[in-house]
Ligand binder design. Structure first.
Ligand SMILES: Nc1nc2c(ncn2[C@@H]2O[C@H](COP(=O)(O)OP(=O)(O)OP(=O)(O)O)[C@@H](O)[C@H]2O)c(=O)[nH]1
Length: 196
C-alpha cells in the first residue's frame, strides 16, 4: 500500500515522503482491513527510509467509512458530470446524487466541459438543478474555466471525485495537481479520492 508520511516523532524532514508498505499479518488475522484513506501507524527501520519501505502496524479510528468501494475518512464528495461528451443524463445524475446523499457526506456538484454547450443550455441546467436544490459549479478543464471555485471547495479536506466515465475526473485531478500543487491518489475508475 502507498502511505504518505504526515508525522515522524519530531522529524519534519520526512513529511510527505511516500512509502510502499505491507500490512502486518496480525492485523489481517484479526480482520483489521486497511483501505484507501486510512490513517495508519507505520514501522520504518532506519535502512527502510532509503528504500522507502514500511510495515503498517495499526489503523487509527475512522471518521467515515464507505463500504463499496472501500474508502475511509472522506470529508467531501465532488460529483463531476460533463454537459456533453458524454451528455448529461438527468436519470444517471439523479442516481449518483441519491447514492451520494445517502452517505451523508457533504456534496459539491460540478459540471464540466461547459465550453461544449450554448449559454441557453447552461442556463436551462442551472434552473433545473436549482429546482432540485443544487447550485452546481460549471467548469471547463480544457479551457481552464471555473477551476478556482472547485479548488476552493476541495481545499484542506479529503474528497472523493465521483462521476461517470469520460467526464474529466482524471483531467481535473491532473490539472489541479499541476496548477495548484494539490495531492491526488487515483483509486479506481469512477471513484477517485483526492487529498487536497
Ligand atoms: N471538451 C472537453 N474535453 C475535456 C474536458 N475535460 C476533459 N476532457 C476530455 O475528456 C476525456 C475524458 O477525460 P478523463 O479525464 O479521462 O475522464 P475520466 O472521468 O477520468 O474518465 P474515466 O477514467 O473513464 O473514469 C479526455 O479526452 C479529456 O481530454 C473539457 O473541459 N472539455
Amino acid at each position: 500500500m502507498r502511505v504518505i508520511v504526515q508525522e515522524v516523532g519530531g522529524d519534519g524532514s520526512k513529511m510527505g515522503v511516500e512509502l510502499l508498505c505491507v500490512v502486518r499479518t496480525l492485523l489481517k488475522k484479526i480482520g483489521r482491513r486497511v483501505v484507501v484513506g486510512d490513517k495508519v501507524l507505520v514501522d520504518v527501520k532506519p535502512m527502510d527510509w532509503i528504500n522507502r519501505r514500511g510495515l503498517i502496524v495499526d489503523v487509527f479510528k475512522r471518521v467515515s467509512e464507505n463500504l463499496d468501494p472501500p474508502v475511509a475518512n472522506v470529508d467531501h464528495l465532488l460529483i463531476l458530470f460533463s454537459l456533453d461528451e458524454p451528455k448529461l443524463e438527468p436519470f444517471v445524475l439523479t442516481r449518483f446524487l441519491v447514492e451520494a446523499e445517502s452517505t451523508q457526506i457533504p456534496i459539491t456538484l460540478a459540471l464540466n466541459k461547459c465550453e461544449l454547450v450554448s449559454e441557453e443550455e447552461l442556463d436551462s441546467w442551472k434552473i433545473r438543478l436549482r429546482s432540485w436544490n443544487y447550485e452546481p459549479l460549471f467548469c471547463s478543464v480544457r479551457n481552464k474555466l471555473g477551476l478556482d471555485a472547485i479548488e476552493f471547495n476541495l481545499r484542506n479536506q479529503t474528497s472523493v471525485i465521483v462521476g461517470p466515465s469520460g467526464v474529466g475526473k482524471s483531467s481535473l485531478i491532473n490539472l489541479l495537481r499541476s496548477s495548484f500543487g494539490g495531492g491526488a491518489i487515483e483509486y479506481e475508475k469512477g471513484f477517485k479520492p483526492v487529498r487536497y
